[in-house]
Design a protein around this ligand. Sequence first.
Ligand code: MG
Length: 247
Amino acid sequence: MASFGYQDTPIIPGTNWHVHDGARPQPRVIKPTNLGEIAPVTPPSDAVVLFDGKHLSEWESVKTGGPAGWKLEGDYMEVVAKTGNIRTKRKFGDIQLHVEWAAPAKVESESQGRGNSGVFLMGLYEIQVLDCYQNLTYPDGTTGAMYGQYPPLVNACCPPGKWHVYDVIWKAPRFEGGKLASPAFITVIHNGVAIHHHVELQGPTQHKILATKEPHDAAGPIILQDHGNPVRFRNIWVREMKGYDQG
Ligand code: MG
């Protein structure tokens, strides 16, 4: 049995695997586009720039509602352990999201302890951020996993210290009369490689339990996770995608 993960957790519906099952097949490792050497991307003209390296004014502390406590350095922000998660002041529904992140160049710890952070859509649905370059963990918690639900199709990690890119297309769930009318769907490109294609979320992502089903607001903040590791983020922008529900 794998030395990581859990088998005392519920079986994920539609699969043979427990939540965070260490025995679930590992995503195949590939070399991603450009191996973390990325040219700067200019945000499209209709994007909301959430972080351009200059200030954290679009962000606040989840803990206090006050200023985000993370470090601003060079053209990036860095998690400061124990300051807690940060969230956008704005709330979003359907979006296209671009975010770049880097795990610490100095490799420490293993499995979930190595460069752990996360990008939470609507504050509830985590795309895992983790350094899984030559680092095994339970597949539904590996880099780019929809945490506790879907491993990525492949492991497209670049080496620690290099910049990863997530390009995300998110369709928010719809609730009517307190019931789910249509689920959330996600597509994720990691370092130029499709790792999720129009995947249906089972509900907000959770640790060691099944996805929850409770209705939530039609819009929510983007949250970045403080998991205690000095992970860096830069070049974060979002495009609101409107039109599906009109006419
Ligand atoms: Mg995480």
